[in-house]
Design a protein around this ligand. Structure first.
Ligand SMILES: Cc1ncc(COP(=O)(O)O)c(C=O)c1O
Length: 393
């Protein structure tokens, strides 16, 4: 059963060239995590958040299989009922150590973490201010807070300060930002955000989904990148990106975590993560610590690729991380570039509105540690040819 308006919406999306459908992606038969099979062909994968290639790391797979042998698969209940096992607690302890905070709490997904945390974090008389390019889960969470919600243009700290100056001094206030912006690949100006927060009695909430395992000397995220202490910042992050697992966390004070255990609905009213997932994530933190060469390799690849794109004349916005957008602008042209790339053996989807603002359709590429130099050279060569043939530079 569907409603008549569903067909209308689909037709409109098709007419606007914005209709989305699923594409089947299968693993590379030779076990190369920088490649996948699409339509029976092995192609270079430039569309994964598995930055370090940990999703099929032998130690992580083994940890998951051992946990399945020991505990079975499902956790059977929510954490507060009977779903809280030793590996959930061990993982939270490990995350708190990693983030250098008093405590941490895991959630089923990053989307659920952001909804659950932001909807209860500050009282409804508060003010929530977010960067316009924050991830959809943050924006939804801000709306669900029930507070006055204001948005400032991407990185516009003057506008942010104007919003903060106007509020009553004692109004509970939250500044919400991505650490690494998921579509532009730039890093939030956290030192300045913290300075503004301190000056105006606000707290900063940073989403380190794309920063965890990627930026900072030890991969600890945005705070480590800038050499900052956790202090008054609330840090959220995910386990499904560079850590190659699934789930999410928030790290902060013991009081914050106790509060969330009691008030965050997306934590309370949902089945606990399977022990195989938490055990795998624990192993992923071990790998992160013991194999820093993976992060080094990721950054070597990232810099080589970004330099190559710039020397070909592509606009990669202010990307500073392994997320590198190639700005196209027009929705349909972005689709054509993505299609031509696929024909050339490179999988890099076009990202269009509503995921990105109108007129900023792009090819969003993500580089990974397992990519080889030959892979990257092939991508650069293909992009150069496509751009020449479509006259887009
Ligand atoms: C910045 C950001 N936050 C949160 C999420 C949601 O995380 P998850 O995939 O674990 O739901 C994502 C995922 O795309 C993200 O990019």
């Amino acid at each position: 059963m569907d409603f008549p308006f569903h067909q209308d919406v689909i037709k409109q999306l098709q007419a606007d060239g914005l209709f989305r459908s699923l594409r089947r992606v299968e693993p590379d038969p030779h076990g190369h995590s920088g490649r996948v099979m699409i339509g029976g062909r092995s192609v270079i994968l430039l569309a994964s958040n598995n930055y370090l290639g940990l999703a099929d790391h032998p130690r992580i797979k083994e940890a998951a299989m051992t946990a399945i042998q020991e505990y079975g698969f499902g956790s059977g209940a929510s954490r507060l009922i009977s779903g809280n096992g030793p590996s959930h607690e061990a993982l939270e302890k490990r995350i708190a150590q990693f983030k250098q905070t008093e405590a941490a709490l895991i959630f089923s997904t990053g989307y659920m973490a952001n909804l659950g945390i932001l909807s209860c974090l500050i009282p409804s008389e508060g003010l929530v201010v977010a960067d316009r390019l924050c991830h959809a889960s943050l924006i939804d969470g801000c709306r669900m807070s029930g507070c006055r919600f204001r948005v400032y243009e991407h990185g516009d700290l003057d506008q942010l300060e104007r919003l903060l100056v106007k509020k009553p001094a004692n109004q509970p206030t939250l500044i919400v930002t991505d650490g690494v912006f998921s579509m532009d690949g730039d890093i939030a100006p956290l030192p300045k955000l913290i300075e503004l927060a301190e000056r105006h009695g606000a707290v900063v909430f940073v989403d380190d989904a794309h920063a965890t395992g990627v930026i900072g000397k030890n991969g600890r995220g945005t705070l480590e990148h800038f050499g900052l202490k956790p202090g008054s910042v609330i840090q959220m992050g995910t386990l499904g990106k560079a850590l190659g697992c699934f789930g999410a966390y928030v790290a902060g004070s013991r009081v914050l975590i106790d509060f969330l255990i009691n008030k965050a609905k997306t934590f309370i009213y949902t089945t606990a993560l399977p022990p195989a997932v938490t055990a795998a994530a624990l192993a992923a933190f071990d790998v992160l610590e013991k194999e820093p060469q993976l992060r080094e390799r990721l950054w070597q690849n990232r810099n080589y690729y970004a330099d190559g794109l710039k020397s070909l004349g592509f606009d990669i916005l202010n990307s500073e991380t392994p997320i590198i957008p190639i700005m196209i602008g027009d929705d349909r042209l972005a689709m054509i570039v993505s299609q031509r790339l696929l024909e050339a053996g490179v999988f890099a989807p076009a990202i269009r509105p509503p995921t990105v603002p109108k007129g900023t359709s792009r090819i969003r590429t993500t580089i990974m540690a397992p990519h080889t130099r030959e892979d990257i050279d092939h991508v650069l060569e293909s992009l150069g040819q496509i751009a020449r043939s479509l006259r887009i530079r």
